[in-house]
Each structure stands twice: as structure tokens, then as C-alpha cells.
Design a protein around this ligand. Sequence first.
Ligand code: ZN
Length: 699
Amino acid sequence: MKSSYSDAEAAIYLEKYKDYPEDLALRVYTSQLLGRESELVLHGGGNTSVKSSVKNIFGEDILVLYVKGSGWDLATIEPEGFPALDLEYLKRMRGVERLTDEEMVNQMRTHLMDASSPDPSVEALLHAYLPFKFIDHSHSDSIVILTNQKNNREIIREALGEKVAVLDFIMPGFPLGRAVYDLYTQNPDVEAIVLLNHGLFTFGDDARTSYERTIEYVDRAERYIEAKLGNAQSSNAQAVAPPRLHDVARACQLLRGALVKGGEGRPAKRFVLDVRTPEDIVAASMSPDAAEFCVSGLLTPDHVIRTKGKYLYIDGVPADDEAAAAKVQALVADYQDDYIRYFDRSVERGGVSKKRLDTLPRVFVIAGIGIVAAGSTKKDAKIAADLAEHTIRAKVKAKQIGEYAALPEQDLFDMEYWSLEQKKLGKGAPLPLQGQVALVTGGGGAMALGIGDRLLAAGAVLVLTDINGERLGKVKESLAAKQKSAEIATIVLDVTDYDAVVNAFDQVSALYGGIDILVPNAGIAHVAKIEELATDKLDQVMDVNFYGVFNLLKAGAALFARQGTRGNIVVNSSKNVFDPSPSFGAYSASKAAAHQISKIAAMELAPLGVRVNMINADAVFGNDNVSSGLWDVVGPDRMKARGLDPEGLREYYRERNLLKETVLAEHVGNAVVFFATEQTPTTGATLPVDGGIPNAFPR
Ligand code: ZN
């Protein structure tokens, strides 16, 4: 590993943050340098600090500790991510006999310079007690590979040299702060401290020195490991075939079903998945050590809140769906039993009383496929997958250079159930469709904009498909701008091609784990009287409006059966099904056929717990700059027939319904969310969203 520090880049940070103290600007710079290396820190891991001074309201200089705030990531941290604490006060706290975690947090919060600052890192006291201006703390993979070894102290001495002190693992917080201080006072010449099974602390009197010491020691660790691996590395690298998309999709669907079956509460929580299939990970999944890698402990205990202490190993997925589902479900159930035993004995051993967390695994290693991670959101799943990917790679190396040894499970338990660690996950009431994946066809039009917006607001992951990639991109962009943290994917898809639909479902399953909500929404229109209706035009309309829906129902039936998670299909039908109009035969007949087959689907899919409902909307207007494919075709004709401009047409349709309401795409979106959230036991039903049109009342 090489230093990325440059005076030119440092100058850019000094200029950018010229309204802040120089110390802090440089602290932001080298913190971001650490954050850029995933080998050093991952997802909010690691922390940094600088000691400086600020003026209080009396004009007096106060010595402060700027330390990373909770919830900030080193890669993207800004000056606001460094709360300033009264340093002299923190130092006085060192003399206190005992301090509970809650009191430590309280003392830190009440000695902030700015009441609106985020909570300081739980390792803040350690930063306060080491007498250096800059301190850098990372969870480097290479350092942890050395510490998670049977004879770790010898290895660390050999690899990192004499100027490093080593401390046994201690939970972060007050005791760790004091232990590091004691260790330092006994070894005042050290440049770094390694905390076993956790990571590295380096320090210096300027930003560059402290940062470059981290790089220097990580580089030594890397070189030591490389030298040990030597030829073993090249001889072990065997080529493996990447997993097939359909195999990945199928494994994910089965896994997701097993997580729902094993979940607590009804309906059980659904998970979003994230899959990793790089060649070395697939090779590791097939190695004789794969099962051992899953249960031999974590690299650092703070992974536990994301990945749990053990991963679940699956040695293969049988070709028969039923056998495969039974196998995966049994493995998940075994994992859950094992977790309960771990919880019970840890509570007893620790003499504590805790409320057990859910028992489901979060990370799976599947032979021939790789790593699959589960989370409440795609972001959570990705974090767990990143941690697992680094862990498996580290274990492959650790095994080759010696004997891997992680922390005892009690330390892991203490971390998993530590209130300050659980706080990092941030609990709020989950959104109604959290963990659910919705696929909407016709994703490039104004209707999809409204439907997508409402599904995202309800917490669903959104997949939009359309035959027109350009329109699809526009809708995605528009939705992403409105729903900031939304997870949206797009697939160019021709819904008239059954094989393409099946492939798209596989793509979605490999990306998110499966599908819970299907919204057949693609439709086209053609204006012609029967005597002028060309057969090829009729075929075209039937292909999209009928076969497009049919293909989704057919592929959906297979997918829902395999997943076993129940599901919802909400068909965007039309008011024309009940109230057709002349010159609109192709559209009305194709929509009526789709409507009828959807009712059949409601009957056939009910045993799977899959509901099929229809929305009959009329004269839907978008309110954005994305046009509606339907209006593009029929709008000009309607306006011409009635001598109206676009605004006049909108007004005409508003006046035509009982409630005198303009029907918007969001209204259709609300109806989709109503059905998808299963607020009533309803299937095979039609919900009009048309402002009230007596001729179109369902009957
Ligand atoms: Zn740490």
C-alpha cells in the first residue's frame, strides 16, 4: 500500500475549508484518504481525530478534541462530521473509577462545543488520552489477518517491528481508552498500537505523519503476508466458471423464501439480497474450507451487527425446486436453533438479561455461486456483502499463512448486544413495503412515474422495464431526483417476448433476490374503426396489451411458486373494459382479454397466497415532463374531435366525471400501494380510479 498524500491535494482542502481551523481541514483530507481504501475501512468503520483549540463566547481559548462523529463515513466525511469536545474535561474523566456506557455518552454530549453535533465516536476517549495531535484508526484487512492468528503477538512483532505496542481485545469505550493510555505510558516510544482482533492506531504531530504511519504499517503487514503466501498463492489459483444467471436467480428466490418462512411475525419481514460472484469468491465457496470459513468467527467484532457471528454455508442447491426449497429451509431452521443456543449460553455466561434479536442468518456462502447477503434494504445487504467478501478473502490468506483464530464468542455477543452498537443501526418504524421488490412494465411513461413514486415512498425497491431505454432513463432520473435514497433499477424489455420476460425476472432476482409486486402496466393504443382496423395493427395491440400481461402472469406464477413468499400482481387495466368507445376496438378488446385472464390468475394463484387485482383508470394525466405513450397516440385525435387544446382536454375530462377531479398518475400509484400492502383480503377485484364514471362502474 502506498501513501496517497500530496501537498497539492492538501492545499485544495485548505482552500475548500478555509472557514475552518487548518488542523481540521487537514484532518478531513487525510481521513478521506483512509476512507478511499476499502482495505483500510469499510462502511463507517475506523475513526480519526485532531486536537486543536477554539474560542468560547468569552474570547478564551479552549482545547478541544475533534473526533469522528457517529454516522459519518471516513470516505465522505466533512468538517461537520467532527464534533468538538472539551479536551481538558475528557482528560479529567480518566480518573473516574467506573463509567457506564450511557454515562460516558452523556458526559460527551454535555461537553460538546456545539449542541447540534452528532454523537462522538465510541472510541473518543482513547483519542483524548493519547498525547498526540493526530490519531488515525483503521480496521485494515492485512493487520487483522495478522492479529487473528493463534500466535498473533509473535507474528505482529515479526511483521511490524519493535515500534508497535500490542493490546488484547477490549470493548471500545471507557476501559479501552484507559487501557490504551496505560499501554502508551509504559511504551512511550511506539508509533502505533495494534488492538488484537480489531485494528490499528497510529499517531503523529501532523496529519501527514499519522496517516503515513498507517500506510507504512499496513504496507509492512501486506508484504509480510505476501512473502508467506509465496508460491502457494499461484498454485492455488484454479480457474472456476462464473455461476449462470438462472442458477443465481433461483438460489436467491429459494433463499428469500426460506427467510420469510423462518421469520418472526406475520406477515414476516422480507429481505433484499445482494450477490457477490467474483472468481476468487466463487473458488472459495467451492473449497474444502468453505464451511469452516462460515463459522470460524469474524475479522473484527463490530461486523456482528451487520452479518451476525456466523454465515450459513450451503453446499449445493438441488435441481428439483421442491427438494431445493426443503433443503434451504432446513438449513435456515438449523441456523436459527444454533443462534438461540448461542444467545442462551451467552446470556447465562455473562450473567446479563437481554432481549434476543431475530435469529435469521444475514450472509450465505453457496458453493459454486459465491456470497449472498440479506438486509432490510439494498444498502444494508450491500454492507453485509462487502464485509463478508473482505472476510472470506482474509480467511483464505490467514489459513495459508498460519492458523486462523477469532475472538471467543462471548466477546462477539457483548458487541452484538451492546446498546451503543445497536444504536448505530438506527431503528425507525419500517415502511409498509420495506424489503419488497416491485417490477413495473411500461416504465418509460407518465403512468410509471406516478406508480413508481408511490411504491418508492412506501419503501419498495423499484424495477422499471420498457422497450424504450431512453424513456426509461428519463423516468428513472426523475424518480431518483424526487426520492433521494431510493433503490431503482431499469431493464430494457419487450413484454411480448416470453423468454425475455423470464430472463428479466432472473436479472431482478440476481440483483435483489426476487419479486414481490408485479405491475403489468405496458400498453399501446391504436385509433381505428373496425372496418379500417388492419389485422397487423390489431396484432400489435393484442401483443402488448394482452400477451404482455399474459407473459407476466405466466412467468410470475413460476417465480411466486418457487419463492413461496406470497405476492401481489396489480394489473393496470382500463375503464374501457366496462365502458368501451367507438374507434377504440383494438385497445378495448385487448384490455378486456387481459382483464379476464387476470381474473383467472386470481383464482389459480390464490393457493400460493398471490393476489391479483385490477385498476381501471381513466383519462390519467401526468404532472411531470414525461409524456404518456397512450396520450401521445389518442390525445391529438381527441383534441381534434372536440376542438380542444391540451389544457382544454384536461378540463374536458375533469368535467366529465362525477367528482370533477383530474385523475393523476399518483392516484393510480396509490391504488397499487393499497393492493400491495394487503390492507383488505381482496383478490380478483377491480378498483376504478376515474373520478366516478357511472357507465364504468364494475359489475
Ligand atoms: Zn475500531
